[in-house]
Design a protein around this ligand. Sequence first.
Ligand SMILES: [Fe+2]
Ligand SMILES: [Fe+2]
Length: 257
Amino acid sequence: MKIQLLSDLHLETETFEPLPAAGAEVLVLAGDIDTSWRSFELFRGWPVPVLVVPGNHEFDRRDVEAARGDLRRHVQALGLRLLDDEAVVLADAQGRRVRFLGSTRWSDFDVFGPAQRERAKRAGGYFQKVMQSTRHGEVFDVVAVRELALECRAWLAGELARGEAGPGWDATVAVTHFAPSLKSADPRYGRQPGTASFCNDDEALMPGARLWLHGHLHCRHDYRVAGTRVVSNARGHVRKGEANGFDGLRTWEVFAD
Ligand SMILES: [Fe+2]
Ligand SMILES: [Fe+2]
């Protein structure tokens, strides 16, 4: 199954016209598509199924819990499928079934280990202030982000423990907005306490997935952790040079080897 992957288009300020990639059998949108949600309209009538995993910016200046339901209704009305701690199985042209596990995954601030958690949370406080969101009527702060992150991790861990292949699927693809490994840290900034707001350490979960797609860091990645291929195809902001070298028409084959 050939996957087209796009994330971090940031169409609330960026200009970009997404086009279907030749041969792609599914389009995965791995978050930060448009803070205003208006640009999801661009994917209406897309020739192949479109899977949407919410990014953090889809929740800017909103109540996170209310927005999860609203975003689902919004994208469903356009014929897209939201994967918010949810699984879906799609078959390719050869009848091979791929299980997609989608989760925003938020940051648990433990990527440098629990001893560094408080330091990582202090660094993450800045991003939560900028976000101006609430959850259950309270400020959506780093404590709330971690709470949600652990819910996502528990859900992912349970699903991935069912096996890379299993009853009803021949392969598993995990899709998260936040990165599953420190190896995805943006080389421009290196590894610092703020990196914990971008990367989690989910390498222990990786044996359950053949491919792990993510976004959030505004750079591209394609590397392996044992048998799992980790890929990001984030676009980012043109004014920062992040879109240099970005190819929105690339595809990745699930059954490549
Ligand atoms: Fe982004
Ligand atoms: Fe993001």
